[in-house]
Write a protein of this length. Sequence first.
Length: 651
Amino acid sequence: MSAAVFPVPEDWADKALIGEDSYAERYARSIADPDGFWREEAKRITWLEPFDTVKDTSFDKADFHIRWFTGGKLNICANALDRHLVERGEQIAIIWEPDSPGDPVRRITYRELHRDVSRFANALKERGVAKGDRVTIYLPMVPEAAIAMLACARIGAIHSVVFAGFSPDALAGRIEDCGSRIVVTADEGLRGGKTVPLKANVDAALEKVAVDTVVVFNHTGADVPMVEGRDVSWSDAVAGVAEDCAPEPMDAEDPLFILYTSGSTGKPKGVLHTTGGYAVWTSMTHQYVFDYQPNEDGSMPVYWCAADVGWVTGHSYVVYAPLMNGATQVMFEGVPNFPDHSRFWDIVDKHQVEIFYAAPTALRALMREGDEYVTRTSRASLKLLGSVGEPINPEAWDWYHRVVGERRCPIVDTWWQTETGGAMITPLPGAIDLKPGSASKPMFGVQPALLDAESGKVLEGAGQGALVITDSWPGQMRTVYGDDQRFFDTYFSQYPGYYFTGDGCRRDEDGYYWITGRIDDVINVSGHRMGTAEVESALVEHPSVAEAAVVGMPHEVKGQGIYAYVTTTAGTDDSEDLRKELVQWVRKEIGPIATPDVIQFAPSLPKTRSGKIMRRILRKIAENDTGSLGDTSTLADPSVVEDLVANRPQA
Ligand code: PRX
């Protein structure tokens, strides 16, 4: 592991919102006096009614509850838009960069965004959407995605955004789970010059689950069939509706959104976030992590988070936090390698981006193409770089720092999760020296601990173990939608009294945290979370598959790839054609992000005598680490392993 340390640059230490001393002091206060600390931080939000209690939380089984800012009332959409109108109504909120660089850019001011959101909120109301109703949003990276989310928040409806790369089946499951009666989509998406048939996917999903209304944003202009009485175009929906829509006063603990994410077992879980704590947490972390403050000339720095709104990073750091903080931000529809591998950096130059936040997988993919695609662009506007979603390996970190940022831009490697709402362990650019590959130090209010994975004992000092958080923070998820028991069981039962992250982590002598990756049956493919159980259940639905076991494997670009062991039904020919068919099958069942990298046909799987699949061994074979398979004596039939090793496909 890299031992290099990059000290905070002097100019950052001087001018950043949080310097070294203030980090230490505020962190200590946030733990010793959470009430005082959060009362102060909560001032960043415009409350309609003040809260009585800051923190009312317990991770104990007998008295389990998580409540923040109780009694307070607010509207997060009004915090993102209305309160800016006086001072920055004419400031650009969103610079939308289309998939194709030749197509027109859209620049939307805070005033225009406020108007569009209000109109769409009224359109939702006209179609019967009320406070507490669930609205499924299946949109590409267009401003209308943010508009639809904010419109829901404005009227107190709970949005459930489904990533536009998910299949009709995955979409149907998510519509059904949260019982939403309305879907907002587009005719088509556009990514890297290719169209994505969103409306057709919705139609296919709605063969499995019914809704009352589908609103279709006309994006590419494709001629899509509209179902009479159910489907309405976005423009018809907003035609003639009022431009005024009073924001609904929401309790701090009223639900804001559901976002489905993969776990180690079963179907994806509907992670539920509420309003007050999420608003404080995301706006605070965004401000401090990106040191988001006006430039010397009073303008707001151009900020660009390259995440899709379909993931939590897009929720917190594209839609809510930057707008609450009055940012000017780039929203990008496309992909890093279209029309060529300079696209990210061309956009940086085109819009004079100062803060850039992306996932390591994109960086690794670009790094492979050579420096020329980067160095032929200027990037002089860049000041700060960020990384999120998966561990960034020191090589990629070095490339990002040296080639992209020309050694002048600090890199904030932010560790967090859908469940945590915002950044939990992260450098602050003016306060924390950087170590490539380490997410460094905890954010205010976050108390990480490492436990011995077996005994559950707390490890002190330097060491490695299971990463847990010992107390609640405002942006914590509140439950699994409709399933409080699953929430408790998933996160609080393994190590009683702690929130278990699912990640392994090392802490060094300086108290820096180094995330080592998931230690449960979740894999991280290109920064996207995937439950191995989900891929397995997709595979076994194929008529030729009797049994399947899926594990992660190291992958140079994606971080982890998907390695599937498949036992076919008796009499099936384990052919190359079937292998291809199964790959397509999984893509269709879940979506292209779940494409298996390797499928190994296995006459049988290694099992204990009680019939449990020994995943540890399957992981080793997938990693091609067959020299250290460990103890196989508990296997019902050890020869199964020899057979798998001998027939491992050469990827
Ligand atoms: O394993 C960690 C990894 O991504 C997981 C969370 O995934 P998701 O809920 O999809 O949220 C991703 C965006 C916040 C974590 O459990 N992860 C996320 N950020 C980092 C990371 N691993 C290492 N370093 C990071 N900076």
